[in-house]
Design a protein around this ligand. Structure first.
Ligand code: GLN
Length: 194
């Protein structure tokens, strides 16, 4: 669990319920000990700054290039994007997913909202998704699978869940709803990669 900033505790709780041993990662030595990484929701500009000052930016990029499984929610999705729109000019990302995301895309008047998302590959019905100043995905490369879109309302059809190889990203926060299906899906991805 990347524990520089954001809703780390909620993810750790969801991972503990998903039958994995999860621990915080703040230093390169801790990164070297984990098999997979979760990047929380929070503030991508802060996560970016801290990743640079904690010496984690390049080591995480390298682990991703070497095939480590990573799941990012919200700010974590932004951190996994090859290209970020409406970011701060000096904002860095870990790269990884060949996609363009727009920060705070869902508009100013609605900072947060809830909506239903059907996720391809996750059984059990629509996901009740919580979006908080969330990004959406504007463009994906050929190797990226779109797993979920907003199903109704003004922003229907917007891409909010994607996967590329061992990398998974959602614009919403499954760690806040008690629905463990996304975390379990990720744990299964990690097992299959191993
Ligand atoms: N708007 C935040 C960012 O740019 C993301 C919000 C979130 O993670 N809930 O990083």
């Amino acid at each position: 669990m990347l524990a520089l900033q954001g809703d780390v505790r909620e993810h750790l709780a969801a991972l503990a319920e998903s039958d994995v041993l999860a621990r915080p990662v703040r230093r390169p030595e801790e990164l070297a000990e984990v098999e997979a990484l979760v990047i929380p929701g929070g503030e991508s500009t802060a996560i970016s700054n801290l990743a640079v000052s904690f010496g984690l930016l390049d080591p995480i990029r390298k682990r991703i290039a070497d095939g480590m499984s990573v799941y990012g929610s919200c700010a974590g999705m932004i951190m996994l994007a090859a290209k970020v729109l409406d970011g701060r000019p000096d904002q860095e990302s870990f790269q990884g997913i060949d996609m363009t995301v727009r920060r705070n895309a869902f508009g100013r008047q609605v900072d947060s909202f809830e909506g239903d998302v059907t996720i391809d590959g996750i059984a059990g019905g629509d996901f009740h998704a919580v979006f908080i100043r969330a990004p959406w995905v504007e463009e994906v490369g050929d190797d990226v699978r779109v797993l979920g879109r907003v199903s109704g309302g003004r922003d229907a059809g917007r891409i909010v869940a994607v996967r590329q190889g061992n990398l998974l990203a959602t614009a919403f926060h499954p760690e806040l709803t008690g629905d463990l299906r996304v975390h379990r899906y990720f744990v299964e991805m990690v097992r299959q990669a191993a």
